[in-house]
Design a protein around this ligand. Structure first.
Ligand SMILES: C[S@@+](CC[C@H](N)C(=O)[O-])C[C@H]1O[C@@H](n2cnc3c(N)ncnc32)[C@H](O)[C@@H]1O
Length: 252
């Protein structure tokens, strides 16, 4: 895929990049493939596939935000098209979706959090080589990071892709989100049961499901769903519970 094709796909999700931003994505790809030879970062390494399944997929949230902003003023004002907002990506792994969001929306403050230190080292290399600012890579389990006053309820937006079921994930992410902010979960496949099973947890943690935006990733038959969870109230101090419990015994 050449650059103009990449930009054409991005247009379908309302994202426009400068040449400099495209260069940053290419550099990110190079570092990803290089480091992937010595550590497990991703099973997807073909250039075109990385562009669509990692980069475009990470940024597809923008299409959801644009469309929902047309009818929901709260989304428009609070998420503000990723301009001047703070975002935390919990369980970011090799940086998805947090790094593509940072590259495409440079004014966003981004915190990348993962429990595996090797991945955090990789992310620091990406940050250094790309020369991106206002981005931190933190080595921590979500359960510990969310108890740290430096991070608790400090982010307007929490995002997470491919980390846990929605009940567990809500306990990981909602404590980081400021009241009035949003947790946007990247989900796939049939999610109705998962939504139902997570409602109690989301309520207990101070949140409420506002929108489920379903969408087909351009050029694929992959169905992506974005679950927009509004944080209405402060999360009770007892959450998240100690490491391991949110996944072993999700709130029911
Ligand atoms: C399947 S990977 C997904 C990575 C990335 N979000 C993506 O979509 O490519 C799950 C990541 O979540 C991290 N993770 C799992 N449980 C976690 C926790 N409790 N706190 C922080 N990170 C966690 C793992 O270390 C891993 O990097």
């Amino acid at each position: 895929m050449d650059r103009s094709e990449f930009q054409k796909i991005l247009k379908e999700i309302n994202v426009e990049l400068t040449d400099n931003q495209c260069d940053q994505f290419d550099k990110y790809y190079e570092i990803l493939v290089e480091w992937n030879k010595v550590m497990n970062l991703t099973g997807i390494t073909q250039y075109d596939e990385v562009l669509v399944k990692h980069f475009v997929d990470s940024l597809a949230v923008f299409k959801a935000v644009c469309e929902l902003s047309g009818t929901d003023n709260d989304i428009k004002n609070k998420i503000n098209y990723f301009k001047n907002v703070s975002v935390i990506d919990v369980g970011t792994g090799a940086g998805f979706p947090g790094v593509p969001i940072k590259i495409a929306f440079p004014e966003t403050d981004v915190c990348l959090l993962d429990s595996l230190n090797k991945r955090v080292n990789f992310l620091n290399e990406v940050i250094n080589q790309l020369g991106i600012k206002k981005v931190d890579a933190i080595h921590s389990r979500a359960e510990d990071g969310a108890r740290n006053p430096l991070y608790r309820e400090k982010y307007r937006i929490g995002v997470s892709r491919a980390v846990a079921n929605l009940a567990t994930l809500s306990e990981y992410v909602l404590p980081f989100v400021e009241p009035g902010g949003y947790f946007i979960a990247y989900k796939s496949g049939e999610i109705d049961e998962e939504l139902e099973a997570s409602k109690k947890a989301i309520g207990v943690l101070g949140g409420e499901i506002k929108h489920v935006y379903k969408f087909s990733l351009p050029g694929t038959d992959f169905g992506r769903s974005f679950v927009f969870i509004k944080k209405n109230r402060i999360t009770p101090k007892k959450y998240p519970r100690k490491s391991g419990l949110p996944s072993k015994e999700p709130i029911k």
